[in-house]
Ligand binder design. Structure first.
Ligand SMILES: [Zn+2]
Length: 338
């Protein structure tokens, strides 16, 4: 994405050489984080725009554009080479967010919506792919060509690198591992199917597991049993586990065990160099990681017995998607060459 200088066809410089920057935007349900990142990966500015305080998408877009223009003016010594946008459900193939219902927006083409007002190219991808790009550029996966990054938050997302390229698939929905299934008839998923992995392995899935265990063991079964579903958070379950609560520990055991088995399946398909875990649920630490490791190793085929590390992300949670979004154009260029 970055070019060190601007030159005429005869290679003579056009004018003073400016350093370049790229803008990375991470649209979440509450806030939109925007980073202005130089070619060395340093974030020069980091701002946040509310995604909830606007009546419609156009209101959000205009507030975002005003903030971007203001900061670009203050960074006049830099030349902006492009902007990458990460959003849940966003599709790199067509620039659209296909189901932005949690944001209260209609189906939107983000590349058009912002591209009409900004004099540089706009690129779009989903939040898990952006986190994987951030990990590839700045984190544990810097020297890896084959890895799976799992985002364990409200849902379960994934960014998959295969032979050095981000997997997008035919229509841009490749790598939706949260909607691979673990059973046919248990929990209903937001995608309309039954038994998707993210109905177990996500903050929401963990809460559902706790509620099932409370129903199984009774109301006096521990520190969590007096809470209703809305009071129950993944943080509370993590704290209860840290205090030795048997029910909370069992909930993490179930969650980790289910994920470890699925990771062994994906290892058979992808032969990765590492699995990288990212997102709020990983704050549970060993309570989640230990059952994942046990179940993963037990379910792994014999021919894959060479150690496949399962590690936590090395990029700060608040920065991974913003940093990764700055590099979307690099991987798009790669995938178009295939
Ligand atoms: Zn699903």
């Amino acid at each position: 994405m970055y070019s060190p200088s601007i030159r005429n066809a005869d290679s003579s410089p056009v004018g003073p050489v400016k350093e370049t920057l790229a803008i990375g935007m991470d649209i979440g349900g509450t806030n939109c984080d925007i980073g202005f990142v130089n070619q060395h990966g340093a974030c020069l500015r980091h701002i946040s725009v509310s995604t909830q305080s606007h009546a419609c998408f156009e209101g959000f877009r205009d507030a975002t554009l005003a903030a971007i223009r203001e900061h670009l003016q203050q960074l006049a010594g830099y030349r902006c080479v492009g902007m990458g946008i990460a959003a849940p459900g966003a599709n790199s193939r067509n620039g659209r967010v296909t189901d932005p219902s949690n944001l209260g927006w209609p189906d939107i083409c983000l590349t058009d919506a912002f591209g009409r007002f900004l004099p540089f190219p706009i690129y779009v991808t989903n939040d898990a792919n952006a986190a994987a790009l951030g990990e590839k550029k700045y984190g544990f996966a810097k020297d890896l060509n084959n890895f799976v990054l799992l985002t364990l938050g409200t849902g379960l997302g994934a960014g998959i690198f295969v032979d050095g390229k981000l997997l997008l698939g035919r229509s841009g929905f490749g790598g939706e591992l949260g909607h691979t299934r673990i059973s046919d008839e248990t929990r209903l998923c937001g995608c309309g199917q039954m038994g998707c992995l993210e109905t177990y392995v996500s903050a929401t899935g963990l809460r559902r597991t706790v509620m099932e265990l409370i129903a199984k063991y009774g109301k006096s079964s521990g520190a969590l049993s007096h809470l209703d579903f809305h009071q129950l958070t993944a943080e509370r379950v993590g704290q209860a586990a840290a205090d030795g609560d048997i029910l909370a520990l069992e909930a993490f055991e179930i969650t980790g065990s289910v994920l470890g088995k699925k990771m062994a399946d994906w290892a058979t398909v992808l032969d990765p160099e590492a699995f990288i875990l990212f997102g709020g649920l990983t704050r549970a630490g060993e309570f989640l990681l230990d059952p994942i490791q046990r179940s993963f190793q037990q379910a792994l085929s014999n021919f894959l017995r060479d150690p496949i590390p399962v590690v936590l992300s090395a990029v700060p949670h608040g920065e991974a998607a913003v940093l990764g979004a700055c590099h979307i154009s690099e991987f798009l260029h790669q995938t178009q060459e295939v």
